[in-house]
Design a protein around this ligand. Sequence first.
Ligand code: ADP
Ligand code: MG
Length: 452
Amino acid sequence: MQVPLTKEILDRISDAFFAVDNEWNVTYFNKEAIRVLGRQKEEVLGENLWEKFPEAVNQEVYIQYHKAVREQEAVFFEMYWPPRDMWYNVRAYPSSNGLTVFFQDITLQKELANKQEDHYLSLFQNNPEAVFSFDLNGNYLSVNPAMEKLLGYTEEEYIKMDWIPLVIEKEIATVIYHFQKAINGETTHYETIALHKDGHRINVKVTNMPITVGGKIVGVYGTARDVTKERETEKRLVDSEKLTAVGQLAASIAHEIRNPLTSIKGFLQLMKQMKGEAKEEYLNILSDEVSRIELITGELLVLAKPQAYDFQLINVGKIMEDVVTLLSSQALMSGVDIHSNIEALPEMKGIESQLKQALINVVKNAIEAMPNGGNLYITVRNKGGAIVIVVKDEGVGIPKEILNKIGSPFYTTKEKGTGLGMMTTAKIIQTHQGGFEITSIPNQGTKVKITL
Ligand code: ADP
Ligand code: MG
């Protein structure tokens, strides 16, 4: 390094720079090196590097420089220099007459990077949501304190195990499915049931997302939140709604049965006073009232016990034919002409006795809507895999404001009606996961459509 021009350039470049000969004696030391290392030029020039910087002997930098000289290959590394509390980015190039070293003060960048890392670390550590990371094989890499609290294991325990014992058995497939999705680059959200270390179950909402480093997916990040309380509250709400519904139903049943019971009681008392000479007229009334109670309780039983029946392969067309036969005499008496068009249908899974009851209710209503006769059209069609049943009458119809009352228990406009038919029908169709729809125009007629 004797060319004056080069010397000037070297002095001016912003990198710190020094050179040593084959005996590690310093042959050059530029201005930036003076600043960064905090030494004077006169102090080090011509001196042995390791004598001037004894703190470095046998340290990383010492090993790297010797390696460069030994292998005659450049080395690049970052180093922390405790005497100055500084970070350097070092490039050392060996040559036949020694080693030249360029280095930069990167203390500021390092501090910034550390600060950023601290920010991220605190986001991880202080996050109220459980946060965890997996490698591609589903082994835990890290978990935060919220995750330790969520399932009761320490980070060391997590890292030693995989997640399979942490969810209930029937959820394992779901968890694998979402993990695979994340590995393939998709962020997914799902809910599952986890097992706490002490054995109790926890409903958790989980998010899985890929960890990408340099454009490559290297693992999966997860977050989890305990939603057990929310789910319990929801369940209690649904339960209490059910209770209210049952309570309302019980109240209306009591009300409906009370009327005939009052009349039965009255007539029984009357007959008691008559000392055995029961009048046939009274007996008829008693029998009528008892029949009414029988009818109401009978319909309610269909409602109450849908799960007691088995789903079997049935033919809806055949059931409708039976219903038409069953009701043909009633139709005849009211002067109603039934026009039925029933297509050949594939068999479907259903409960025959229930569906028959549902169809009887609908066809009976249609006949009852035409006390002075009319046409009743019944079609059963196979429409793209669904079975569509339409029952259309030319009867009195239903005013719009009443339409939404149809199907509430005991809503009836008939003197001898129970108001349970449509409710039962709707419930049965619901059990069969079908659709039920009523459209009507007053004084023109009503159309009931059932899709199965
Ligand atoms: P019910 O037949 O015992 O009255 P439903 O639940 O079967 O009880 O029907 C409830 C009410 O809905 C009937 O009273 C009637 O007012 C109305 N309704 C049902 N179907 C028809 C129809 N096809 N045409 C006109 N009104 C109907
Ligand atoms: Mg009815």
